[in-house]
Write a protein that binds this ligand. Structure first.
Ligand SMILES: Cc1ncc(COP(=O)(O)O)c(C=O)c1O
Length: 362
């Protein structure tokens, strides 16, 4: 880069996103529990749709995503005209930041919120502002207290990542009620399907002029590798986001896979049930081992150790057995390990490794 060329303000403030580790030296076969992926993989229905769609790879995909939006609308009881599909929910969140904030504006997120939020704020030239949580739960009063004349957007992970905790519907509503009307509340519900009785914020996004909900096919639908997400909210806001979307942002393969997956309600029920049972088993075992662990409403649990050294020792013990989990110091938990809930065998392997480590450490 020559000295006369300067990037837009904020771009060089972006700390590059660090994804979940996927390999361990010396281990050909690892158990990857670091990125909250579905242990059952992609649903067979979506795999069949992918194979079929590949034969049409020479054709440009539809630009309006009509079939996928219709399917999402039918399954979730939402108006398809108020749905926007993106390259992962990350892209939808990016459109929100780009469309509604810029230099001089603030984007609020909570201290343990999803690590993409500051990145997306900087992309828009806006300033990310972290608001404290209370005992790893989003604090509505703290958010409302942090709103200034510069605040444009509140990005809320619910349920939380990496905390796994959830803000109940009444609290979400209180937050929406308390925000100025010119501030957009984004409810990032990437893990909604794992939280019993939670609509992901759909009712609020359906009834308020300043609330949006984002969802993903990366978690319970097992399609993280294909990159598909969506947002839902007031028509006026969706019309803005649509203008930022490239016409061919989603390929025919992505669209076909997502449509098959969203219509596969049995798959979602199967995965949710497996997750609930293994999550309870894993959390119970962690507590038995004397580790702190909040009730999770997601497909991972956050294990909290005595300190960073103990966490590192446990992580090393897991890695020695080829198990990769996520260190979350960057999320404000230097003593924590976020462990994706796997199937019964995988969960058993984690419990066995930690039990063995505890016994050895005792
Ligand atoms: C809270 C949260 N929001 C959004 C995302 C991004 O998901 P996607 O794969 O749809 O971009 C993730 C992914 O881990 C997440 O944890």
């Amino acid at each position: 880069m020559t000295s006369d060329i300067r990037p837009q303000p904020g771009i060089l403030d972006i700390a590059l996103y660090v994804g979940g580790q996927s390999g361990i030296e010396g281990h050909a076969d690892v158990l990857k529990l670091s990125s909250n992926e579905n242990p059952l993989g992609p649903p067979p229905s979506a795999q069949a749709a992918i194979h079929e769609a590949v034969t049409r790879a020479h054709r440009y995909p539809p630009t309006d995503h009509a079939a996928l939006r219709k399917a999402i609308g039918e399954v979730h009881g939402l108006d398809p005209d108020r749905i926007l599909c993106g390259v992962g929910s990350d892209e939808v969140l990016q459109f929100v930041c780009l469309g509604f904030s810029g230099p001089g504006d603030e984007i609020l997120h909570t201290e343990h919120g999803f690590s993409m939020y500051p990145i997306l704020a900087h992309m828009a030239g806006a300033t990310p502002v972290a608001v404290p949580e209370r005992d790893r739960v989003v604090d509505v009063d703290a958010i409302l207290g942090a709103v200034t004349g510069k605040t444009r957007i509140v990005l809320l992970t619910n349920p939380g990542n990496p905390t796994g905790t959830i803000l109940p519907a009444a609290e979400l509503e209180r937050l929406a009620d308390g925000l100025p009307e010119n501030v957009i509340l984004v409810i990032d519900a990437a893990y909604a399907e794992y939280a019993d009785g939670y609509d992901g914020g759909a009712a609020l996004a359906g009834s308020r002029p300043n609330v949006l909900m984002t969802r993903t096919f990366s978690k319970i639908y097992g399609l993280g590798g294909l990159r598909i997400g969506w947002g839902y909210g007031p028509r006026a806001l969706i019309e803005v986001l649509t203008r930022l979307r490239q016409p061919f942002n989603l390929s025919g393969v992505q669209l076909a896979a997502a449509e098959a997956a969203v219509r596969d309600r049995d798959w979602v029920a199967t995965c949710a049930a497996l997750n609930a049972s293994q999550r309870q088993r894993l959390a119970g075992a962690l507590r038995q081992l004397g580790l702190a662990c909040d009730e999770s409403h997601t497909n991972f649990v956050l294990a909290r150790f005595a300190d960073a050294d103990e966490m590192a020792a446990a992580d090393a013990a897991l890695q020695a057995r080829g198990i990769i989990v996520r260190r979350v110091a960057g999320y404000g938990f230097p003593e924590g390990l976020r462990i994706t809930v796997g199937d019964a065998e995988q969960t058993g392997a984690v419990i066995e490794a930690l039990t063995h480590w505890r016994e050895g450490a005792a």
